[in-house]
Design a protein around this ligand. Structure first.
Ligand SMILES: [Zn+2]
Length: 335
């Protein structure tokens, strides 16, 4: 059973993310009463090193100490990982890949996610917001898995740039999308002040809405992209940003391409002579059904990896660890 509270532990709003563990456990749900009863669900720190959500939520709660405009249910994700400023601990799964979905997960963690989903479904949330950061240069954007007006409007309260995605499986916002408008927001680098401010503004805006079907003043500059595939580097391949290395050498500053339409012919990286001689693609490109579609998007030209088709990448990162943990990038097209 997860822990549920109807108040924040004393002094919690003074703590940075890496000290939360002193007062709260992983997967604690805190239900705070506001003037309007239907709550907004807010999830922070599913990934322990992504703390903009907590910083912004603290600012929001400090601004509304006396009365909240609307009830909030706060989910504290991985405060143990936050203590060490890592995505998750060695013995833990990625918390945002095991929420209820079409796959069956059989672990105590997955049961916890099911329990939280069941509790929140009964509370009929007005909206669900899961707050993340990423490690490369990306604009701040929101992710949705439905193109219904309520989802688009919710996402637009945060950013004009949004991504429509249906995989990977086991994502929190997908699980909650069955019963309320849900969004994942990506606020740039952890702790960067522009991301914290934008998220705080978003929380203020969201809590002042009475209806997400009609949100005035948006829908004009929106850009919606759909994720078609993800690029995963093969486990046995070495990755590097250095140019005289072995294995797969990525182009320096590749992350400036995030959210840019890159033309066919653009170089993505280079292979060591050994890999080039073997004609080895260093990664697989997987579509939404996990089917490989490498050759649709990339080809080898000697030791160069060249884009075969124009597309918009996102989530390209300079962190080798993030590339290993998640993926090199997502392949998108505007819709
Ligand atoms: Zn994350």
């Amino acid at each position: 059973m997860i822990k549920q509270l109807d108040h924040l532990p004393q002094g919690l709003l003074d703590l940075p993310a890496n000290k939360l563990y002193t007062k709260i456990d992983n997967h604690t749900l805190v239900h705070l009463k506001g003037k309007i009863k239907r709550p907004v669900f807010i999830s922070v720190l599913q990934h322990g090193d992504e703390y903009t959500g907590w910083d912004a939520l603290k600012d929001y709660l400090n601004n509304h100490q006396h009365v909240l405009p609307r009830s909030i249910s706060i989910l504290f994700g991985n405060v143990d990982a936050a203590r060490h400023n890592v995505r998750h601990l060695e013995n833990q799964p990625d918390f945002n890949r095991i929420w209820p979905c079409h796959l069956t997960f059989d672990s105590p963690y997955a049961k916890t996610m099911q329990e939280i989903t069941d509790i929140m479904e009964k509370r009929e949330p007005f909206a669900s917001v899961d707050i993340h950061n990423n490690s490369g240069r990306n604009p701040h954007y929101s992710g949705i898995n439905s193109l219904n007006a309520e989802f688009i409007n919710l996402a637009s309260l945060f950013s004009d740039t949004m991504i429509y995605f249906t995989s990977p499986a086991g994502i929190q916002s997908t699980a909650f999308s069955k019963f309320c408008p849900s969004v994942t927001i990506e606020c740039g680098l952890s702790g960067a002040s522009d991301g914290t401010e934008q998220t705080h503004t978003f929380l203020e805006l969201l809590h002042s809405q009475s209806n997400l079907l009609h949100v005035p003043g948006i829908l004009e500059h929106q850009k919606v992209y759909k994720i078609f595939a993800s690029v995963k580097v093969k486990e046995e391949i070495d990755i590097s940003f250095e140019q005289h290395h072995h294995g797969f050498m990525l182009v320096k500053d590749l992350d400036v391409l995030n959210f840019q339409q890159i033309p066919s012919g653009e170089q993505f990286g280079r292979l060591s002579k050994q890999l080039a001689d073997l004609n080895t693609m260093p990664f697989v490109v997987l579509d939404e059904n996990n089917q490989p579609i490498d050759t649709d998007y990339f080809k080898l030209d000697g030791d160069k990896i060249i884009c075969n088709k124009s597309f918009v990448p996102s989530m390209i990162t300079q962190s080798i660890k993030a590339i290993r943990d998640d993926c090199l990038c997502y392949i998108m097209q505007p819709i």
